[in-house]
Design a protein around this ligand. Structure first.
Ligand SMILES: NC(=O)c1ccc[n+]([C@@H]2O[C@H](COP(=O)([O-])OP(=O)(O)OC[C@H]3O[C@@H](n4cnc5c(N)ncnc54)[C@H](OP(=O)(O)O)[C@@H]3O)[C@@H](O)[C@H]2O)c1
Length: 334
């Protein structure tokens, strides 16, 4: 018989909640993403332990997408089952997001940004998760061939029809973001949040996007904050451990582990060690230093990894001298 889950009574004590842009919604400083490790190919029992640990530690936000798995759709099925078996009674304490934009089914209506695709995909996601609504629905990537008015109109429709409470965008550049935000505002459905890649190793958002988000009052949630595991102790000795993402996912190519990259990671690890912290903790703390960070969206393949990420919320903030040391380490060639 399945044990009845009861959330930890102290779950809100150790988490910080940050306002998402100029909205009324606050998100945990650290959120959990289900891109890897929660698919049909993964051990559901481990996924369950990670997700329940997250909720027990105050992580109220779980991020999904139609295509997360593999196979595509299976992370949403996993999450639907988790809600049914354990988290359902806590639905009102949870912010669930999902997205559409990448290839999901064959034919011309299974990807990109048409209204046809987005509405159908949202309905499929709701059905897989057994939900009446998601809290945030994102357009996952800009579509160069569909008018932005149509895509944003579809997001507005999804909110007005009750399928989503808020609209978001992901992977949009600064100019596209400004335009999307303008259209959504005119439609009466403000853009809640932008989901972008941001880590010590990937600072593209600093070239304009952060300023746009601040000016427009849109929240920022950062994916791959650990550069998929590079910014942890996993690869510091230059080898690829069996079972690690670099050993089994096309998204983290072993070629990224050059000698120069390993040198840089070890330099950063040295700064972390001087603080008595891990590299993962330092990398997340570094993102949290910026008030424009609403939430840092981590992945984890074990509850222990998640606990390590959560330690970023403890201990003193980074000093000016430490930030300068980090800049110097990051300036090394990769
Ligand atoms: N909007 C988008 O286009 C987009 C794109 C990508 C991701 N996302 C979202 O962002 C979320 C997070 O992305 P991500 O998984 O790439 O984030 P990440 O936090 O940079 O990487 C997570 C991976 O790093 C490794 N790791 C984490 N903590 C560790 C620790 N303490 N020690 C050693 N290794 C550790 C684990 O990999 P292994 O243990 O497997 O090696 C883990 O699965 C996704 O789940 C998804 O929700 C969105």
């Amino acid at each position: 018989m399945t044990r009845v889950y009861r959330a930890d009574d102290g779950r809100y004590e150790g988490m910080e909640y940050r306002r998402c842009g100029r909205s009324g919604l606050r998100l945990p400083a650290i959120s959990l993403g289900l891109w890897h490790n929660f698919g049909g190919v993964d051990a559901a029992e481990t996924g369950e332990r990670i997700a329940l640990r997250a909720f027990d530690r105050g992580i109220t936000h779980f991020d999904l997408a139609n295509n997360y798995g593999p196979p595509p759709g299976s992370a949403e099925l996993f999450f639907g089952s988790l809600l049914k078996r354990h988290l359902g009674p806590y639905r009102d304490e949870i912010v669930v997001s999902t997205k559409a934009g990448y290839g999901m089914w064959p034919g011309p209506y299974g990807e990109w940004g048409s209204r046809k695709y987005l509405v159908a995909s949202c309905d499929q996601s709701l059905s897989r998760m057994g939900l009446d609504y998601v809290d945030v629905f994102y357009h996952h990537r800009p579509d160069p061939d569909t008018p932005l008015e149509e895509t944003m109109g579809a997001l507005d429709y999804l909110v007005r029809s009750g399928r989503a409470l808020y609209a978001g965008i992901s992977n949009y550049g600064p100019d596209e973001t400004r335009e999307a935000v303008r259209i959504l505002r005119a439609l009466g459905t403000p853009c809640l949040i932008h989901q972008a890649r941001y880590s010590m190793l990937d600072r593209g958002v600093e070239k304009g996007l952060l300023d746009v988000l601040e000016r427009e009052g849109v929240g920022g949630i950062w994916f791959s904050p650990l550069a998929q595991g590079l910014l942890t102790d996993r690869y510091l000795d230059g080898t690829i451990p069996p079972g690690s993402r670099a050993s089994r996912s096309v998204f983290l190519k072993p070629e990224r582990l050059t000698a120069a990259m390993i040198g840089k990671l070890n330099a950063l690890d040295g700064i972390a060690k001087e603080r008595g912290e891990s590299l993962a903790r330092l990398a997340i703390k570094w993102l949290l230093r910026d008030a424009r960070t609403t939430s840092v969206l981590v992945g984890a393949s074990s509850p222990e990894q998640l606990d390590e990420s959560l330690r970023a919320l403890d201990g003193p903030a980074l000093s000016g001298a430490e930030l300068a040391e980090i800049e110097a380490a990051l300036a090394r060639p990769e």
